[in-house]
Design a binder for this molecule. Structure first.
Ligand SMILES: [Ca+2]
Length: 266
């Protein structure tokens, strides 16, 4: 009888251990919700494709043919301070600022542009083989999305892709990766057409957390399928986070809060 009891305890312990392993492997990815800290004006004509912050100003890349531009905008007033218009054939997309140079990519034209960050004077251009959606950089590489589940790391001088990660959440491919921002060692990506931003581990492509920004977009834009969340800018010095969307009349400084049950992104 004693031996039977011992076997039962061993089996129970084994069952518990296997259950813990199963539950932890199936555990959901953490989800953050948000709190609005400040609301600022944003040009409702701006089809935002790239957004960055540097020393008190926002730099923005806007898309659509005939309306594509590079802009410097005052954060608190939304006032347009400087603009460079792209030729009609280019549909501008992601934007990043590195070593006093603004780098802007285009959607299907496979062309990137380099500008002096002060004067917006064009300094050169480069080409790539994929579509261009989002752009950011870390200490070593330019980091680019193309609307798929791939993220490419480009040499910042030659613009040649040197490595690629595939973005996965618990093994599931996450595609439509759009506007990017490198924030405290992770790549943040807007998912096109959704309320969600993925936080991505740059070495593995694993989604480490979701940010659900449901409710941030003005209800007046609900009928416009193009007016989606797109634009993440991070102030590294003050650790401030700004987000907006295409054709949104507002730009928000937000704070992240650990999520509630049921706030699922995907
Ligand atoms: Ca950005």
């Amino acid at each position: 009888m004693l031996r039977l009891q011992q076997v039962s305890w061993v089996l129970l312990a084994l069952f518990c251990a296997l259950s813990i392993i199963y539950l932890s492997s199936a555990a959901s990815t953490p989800i953050y919700r948000y709190e609005i800290l400040h609301t600022y004006p944003h040009d409702p004509q701006a089809f935002t494709q790239g957004l960055i912050y540097d020393q008190g100003s926002l730099y923005e890349s806007t898309g659509l043919r005939g309306q594509s531009s590079l802009r410097r905008v005052a954060l608190t007033t939304g006032k347009l301070l400087q603009i460079h218009h792209l030729p009609y054939r280019y549909f501008a997309e992601g934007l990043t600022l590195r070593d006093n140079q603004l780098i802007q990519i285009t959607w299907q034209e496979q062309t990137g542009f380099i500008y002096d960050s002060q004067s917006f004077q064009p300094l050169g251009k480069f080409t790539y083989d994929t579509e261009g959606w989002g752009l950011t950089h870390d200490d070593k590489y330019l980091i680019m999305s193309d609307g798929s589940d791939n993220i490419y790391f480009l040499d910042p001088l030659s613009f040649v892709p040197v490595k690629r990660i595939q973005v996965r959440d618990r093994g599931q491919p996450i595609s439509k990766l759009n506007e990017l921002e490198y924030v405290d060692g992770q790549i943040w990506a807007n998912i096109w057409g959704s309320n969600c931003i993925a936080k991505i581990a740059p070495k593995t492509g694993r989604v480490t957390a979701w940010i659900n920004l449901k409710g941030l977009r003005s209800p007046s834009l609900a009928a416009n399928p193009n007016a989606v969340l797109n634009g993440i800018a991070y102030d590294r010095e003050q650790k401030r986070l700004y987000v907006t969307g295409k054709l949104w009349s507002e730009l928000f400084e937000i704070k992240l809060i650990p999520g509630l049950e049921g706030q699922i992104c995907f």
